[in-house]
Each structure stands twice: as structure tokens, then as C-alpha cells.
Design a protein around this ligand. Structure first.
Ligand code: ZN
Length: 408
């Protein structure tokens, strides 16, 4: 799967990997883990001297490893080529309203180590966050003795609207507006920088759960916000303004509660973690009977309230079960719309709200498909919980950097 988007590095940045044939070989090695020169000739339809030359260049740069393989016939054993994990490194970082999470990844895309810094709301000004990013980057690379020339790039992801030049036009949770983040990073860090919206988290999910199995994936995330990402025919859809698949802002009740986006009655105002938490607190204050009234602490954050709601669901609390019904009904209706639009064969359910009751949500989406989805009988859709967890944005942005550098 590839990401077709924003802020592709300059030609000079991409040249660090080499010319097209070298990138083709590296992409095939990422996909198949290990190949011989004969395999590469067959897969690329290039002749053996061209492949030998490109393999030689990659060997000189230390980007591949070679070892003797097994041969079914007697005679010379073929040389097996793999990516050299320590050939290059990538930094992936997520700027979240409450923390920065940064990971160091090897050339195989495996996480070597990560570091996390809590940021206070009062202290999340771009300059302060960039200072922190630089400090974290220096800490991680010096811990492993990695020189800057070994870094392919730093990818930064955050929730918001981001231009193709890496300008954060709007990131409401952080309170950022028109921040030229890519340019600011370039002034401070001597490696190519890339900025993406948290949509890249889906690249991490594909890497962990669906590599090679599906090219049409719908990812539904219900957490502090409600959103989705969609891969159609192997490509992450971004849309003309980078706002594709904003399912959280489908209007469900036109005269409903005001949404952060300025409209009223969006799906997000009904089923996001903060929306459910607020409703639980208001219902308890109004005297509703529920086991949750003894469990909640006034200081609880939405994530903690939702966790307790999940426990109450499992203990059979009638109020909590009714609330689950409301979430399932609205989420499955919108999932049905998304299935009609995007035709996925895999749906990943992510976010702390879905974790509270994902088995039931999966059942309800399947049931709704029977009534709301066009020609459902001809589709085979698998619905599973997402796997990448809190690391997903950081891991996804590292993969986006790697894909950018290897794009032919
Ligand atoms: Zn909205």
C-alpha cells in the first residue's frame, strides 16, 4: 500500500537512496523479505547485468545484506539478498495534545526504541514542541550512536489539516493555526522532515495486520474524535483538500448538539469518547440508575470513563447496555454508508470507544450490512479490531517517510 500525498521530499533528498532500479529492488525486498538476483531479474524483467550493477551499488551503500541460500540442485548456492536493517534509520513522531511520542525505526521498519514526553496544554506552543522534538531526536540517536547521515528522515504526524508544503493550517486540539512546521523543522534538524495528518496511522495497521492481504480497507476510529481512513485499490485516499473520509462529521441529527467543526448533530457529537462521557455524567446527575454512579470519580478523563463503561457493559448494567445500543446503531449506520461508498473487504475498528465493546459493534455492523448495503451478498467483508494501538501514528509516519524515499 502506498501513500499518495503531501510534502514529498525534494529530488536531492530522494537521491540519498539511489536511482530507480535500486529503489525497485529495495521495494521488492521490503515486500518479500529475501530474494536472489535470479528472483529480482524475473520480477523486474531487467537483465542480469542491470540487476548486478544495481545490487552492487546497494552493497556499496550498505543498504543490503547477502548470505548463501539453500539450493535444491547440486552446485552453486544462490546468494540471498535482504535489506540491511542498520543500513538507514527513520524517526517517526506523533504530536498529541497531551504528549509527544517518538520512535527510532530501522530500515526494515522495526521499532528499535521510543521516547515519550508529556506536554501541558499551556506549554504546547510550536516553538516549545519543536525544541522538545529536537531534544528527543538527539537523545534517541545518540543512545544508539546513529549519525545524522544514517537518518533517512524525520516524519511528524498530528491531528489536523496539513498543506502539501507541510504547513499545519489548523490543528484545533493543539490550538495551532498556520504553523509552517516542515520549514521550522528544516531549520533545526539536518535531515529531511515530513509532516502528515494522523491518517498515516493506517499504514501501521496495514503493516501489522493486513500486509499483502487486502488492498481495500476501511479504518474506523472512535476515540476523542471520530474519523476514518480508507485505502482504495492499494492507495490511501486523501481527497482534493486532504479531508477525505471525515465520517465523524456526517450529520446524524440536524438539530443536534453543536460539533467542534461548527455544524450540528455530527456523528462525533453522539459517539466520541468525550460525548459519551459527558452524557453519562449528565444522566447520573439527573438521577439515572446505573452501577456507573458509584464507579466514577469527578476527575476522570473520557478514556477512563469509557473503560469503566466497558466494565459496566460486561457486568450487565442496563443503562450501559442501552448506551452501547445507541453507539452501535449510529456507528453501524455510518459504516453502512462508508461500505456503499468505498467497497472495502477489510474493516478495522480502532479507538478506545470501540475497545469497550468491539465484539458487539462488529456484530451490529454485520447485521446492518444485511439491510443497508447494496448487494451485500456479493461482498466478503472481514471486520476486526485494529492492532497497532497507541504507537500507530508514530509507526505509520515512519513508514510514510520510508515509502516516500523509495518511491520510483
Ligand atoms: Zn462535525
Amino acid at each position: 500500500m502506498t501513500i499518495e500525498t503531501d510534502n514529498v521530499g525534494s529530488l536531492n533528498e530522494l537521491r540519498t537512496i539511489g536511482h530507480a532500479h535500486e529503489k525497485v529492488i529495495l521495494n521488492l525486498l521490503r515486500q518479500h523479505q529475501q530474494l536472489s538476483q535470479t528472483d529480482l531479474c524475473k520480477m523486474t524483467a531487467l537483465n542480469s547485468s542491470t540487476i548486478s550493477y544495481a545490487v552492487g551499488r546497494l552493497r556499496e551503500k550498505g543498504l543490503i545484506s547477502e548470505s548463501p541460500g539453500e539450493s535444491k540442485k547440486r552446485g552453486v548456492k544462490p546468494t540471498i539478498i535482504t535489506l540491511n536493517p542498520s543500513g538507514l534509520y527513520i524517526i517517526g513522531a506523533e504530536i498529541n495534545p497531551s504528549y509527544i511520542l517518538m520512535g527510532l525505526f530501522n530500515f526494515n521498519g522495526q521499532l528499535i526504541d521510543s521516547t515519550k514526553t508529556e506536554i501541558l496544554t499551556v506549554n504546547n506552543k510550536p516553538e516549545v514542541v519543536i525544541d522538545e522534538l529536537v531534544k528527543m531526536l538527539t537523545g534517541l540517536t545518540s543512545r544508539y550512536g546513529i549519525l545524522t547521515e544514517k537518518l533517512l528522515g524525520i516524519g511528524i504526524t498530528l491531528s489536523g489539516s496539513i498543506s502539501s508544503e507541510g504547513v499545519v493550517n489548523l490543528a484545533s486540539p493543539l490550538g495551532w493555526k498556520n504553523v509552517p512546521l516542515k520549514a521550522k523543522i528544516k531549520d533545526r534538524v539536518p535531515v529531511p522532515g515530513y509532516v502528515y495528518s494522523t491518517r498515516v496511522r493506517l499504514l501501521a495497521e496495514v503493516d501489522l495486520t493486513a500486509r499483502g492481504h487486502s488492498r481495500n480497507i476501511l479504518y474506523l476510529n472512535v476515540a476523542n474524535g471520530v474519523g476514518s481512513s480508507v485505502i482504495i485499490d492499494g492507495t490511501l485516499a486523501c481527497g482534493s483538500t486532504g479531508r477525505a473520509s471525515e465520517i465523524g462529521h456526517i450529520v446524524i441529527t440536524p438539530d443536534g448538539l453543536p460539533c467542534g467543526c461548527g455544524n450540528k448533530g455530527c456523528l462525533e457529537t453522539l459517539i466520541s469518547g468525550p460525548a459519551i462521557s459527558k452524557r453519562i455524567k449528565a444522566d447520573i446527575a439527573a438521577g439515572v440508575e446505573t452501577s456507573l454512579s458509584q464507579q466514577l470519580n469527578g476527575e476522570d478523563l473520557p478514556e477512563e470513563i469509557i473503560k469503566k463503561w466497558g466494565q459496566s457493559i460486561r457486568s450487565g448494567d442496563a443503562y450501559s447496555l442501552d448506551l452501547r445500543e445507541m453507539v452501535a446503531l449510529n456507528l453501524s449506520r455510518v459504516a453502512g454508508i462508508a461500505i456503499n461508498c468505498y467497497d472495502p473487504d477489510l474493516i478495522l475498528l480502532a479507538g478506545y470507544v470501540t475497545q469497550a465493546c468491539n465484539g458487539y459493534l462488529i456484530e451490529q455492523i454485520q447485521e446492518t450490512m444485511g439491510t443497508d448495503v447494496y448487494d451485500n451478498a456479493s461482498r466478503q467483508i472481514c471486520i476486526i479490531p485494529a492492532q497497532a494501538g497507541q504507537e500507530a501514528p508514530m509507526r505509520g509516519v515512519a513508514i510514510a517517510v520510508l515509502q516516500n524515499a523509495l518511491r520510483v
